[in-house]
Design a protein around this ligand. Structure first.
Ligand SMILES: C[S@@+](CC[C@H](N)C(=O)[O-])C[C@H]1O[C@@H](n2cnc3c(N)ncnc32)[C@H](O)[C@@H]1O
Length: 355
């Protein structure tokens, strides 16, 4: 086997954040904040993983349930608009969202999803492809096993609805993503994605590891593709840490630096306004940003807040608020024409109560 290139080896700390996210999710499931029967298949030695502290579990719950609401709304609005939608998760790591949607066979959501694409470094996609092939519960979500194929030397997995694809998102999108997603395939098969369909991009804790210029280029490129198609709705959800120019942020940056993890993508975003500006500057027509603290206070349904507040004892609510105030979910929307406003304009988290 060839030794990894310097760039590949240098990215190992970034790739290690996938395990952090998956272990945090597993812990939130074990402590009953979240339901996810699939995450245990994607965490090595899942039964031996110690639970994460309550503060991390609450953060994982708030982030995950709020993003679930936005994704489910996207599927519902596609149904209302009479179109099947596409979801593209960039830096998807060990995320299980596709299987959680697929498991709801009885509901209308899955049938309104035409394609679900996941992209990550090849080391991560290879591991995930192997886990999928090994676990019958994961294979079951992909439909007929004869339609599930490993590709590109085992770094990719293709099925009729779900695609797992390798790539470094810092590469120019015209070189990486254009041929991968939007070019017709061999044997006369259509491209994986159709830019005229409603398309939702997910960046869950990913852009922060890339330079601001690489991530802007990525967003601008998707915007241009969708503007050319003129008919589709393009949505984008970004979750990440921000506002790291204070004492809390400096501690976080230093802790991560000890693991050789750097956050170049956090620098230009000192406030939540700056997070929504990112969307407006890259060509989206509307955007919003909320911190996890705001979401927990006003956007989680009251019965869920009550239920999760009883799961674990938390003595430091001030510390919880401080941590949650440094993470935000932001989302941007671009519509092909103004007639689509009546339907797609409803997309977004809804306030459940006044603070
Ligand atoms: C913190 S994990 C989050 C994983 C997943 N989105 C989730 O929320 O569970 C960050 C992921 O982004 C991926 N990633 C970071 N930079 C990337 C890049 N330049 N190209 C491809 N993937 C990248 C990492 O490999 C890792 O899987």
């Amino acid at each position: 086997m060839l030794p990894p290139s310097r760039a590949q080896a240098g990215d190992a700390p970034i790739r290690s954040t996938d395990n952090d996210a998956a272990v945090a999710r597993l812990s939130a499931v074990q402590k009953q904040y979240l339901e996810d029967p699939f995450i245990k298949y994607l965490v090595p030695r899942a039964h031996l993983q110690p639970p994460r502290p309550p503060l991390i579990n609450i953060g994982t719950y708030v982030r995950s349930s709020a993003i679930d609401v936005l994704v489910d709304q996207w599927l519902e609005l596609s149904a209302v608009s009479g179109q099947r939608c596409q979801i593209v998760s960039l830096g998807s790591g060990s995320d299980t969202r596709f299987w959680r949607i697929a498991a709801r066979r009885a509901g209308p959501l899955k049938q309104h999803m035409q394609t679900y694409v996941e992209i990550d470094f090849p080391e991560i996609t290879t591991k995930k492809a192997m886990a999928i092939r090994k676990r019958k519960d994961l294979m079951a979500g992909l439909g007929d096993p004869n339609g599930v194929l490993l590709a590109q030397g085992g770094t990719a997995l293709h099925s009729p609805q779900y695609y797992l694809l390798p790539g470094d998102l810092r590469q120019p999108p015209s070189e990486l993503l254009e041929p991968m997603l939007f070019s017709p395939r061999e044997n006369g098969r259509a491209a994986i994605l159709d830019p005229s369909l409603p398309t939702l991009l997910l960046f869950e804790c990913v852009l922060v590891y890339m330079s601001p210029s690489s991530s802007s280029r990525l967003l601008e490129w998707f915007v241009q593709i969708h503007k050319r198609a003129r008919t589709g709705a393009l949505g984008c959800i970004v979750y990440e840490m921000f506002g790291l120019n204070d004492a809390f942020g400096r501690v976080m940056i230093n802790n991560l630096r000890e693991r050789q993890i750097y956050l170049p993508g956090a620098e230009p975003y000192p406030t939540s306004e700056s997070l929504l500006d990112r969307f407006l500057k890259t060509g989206f027509s509307a955007a919003r940003a909320l911190t996890l603290k705001e979401i927990r206070k006003s956007y989680i349904p009251s019965e869920e807040l009550e239920r999760t507040s009883k799961l674990e004892f938390l003595d430091e609510t001030e510390e919880l608020d401080l941590v949650l105030a440094h993470y935000a979910i932001s989302w941007g929307l671009l519509l092909g024409n103004s007639d689509m406003n009546a339907t797609w304009g409803q997309w977004g988290l809804k306030q459940q109560r006044e603070v």
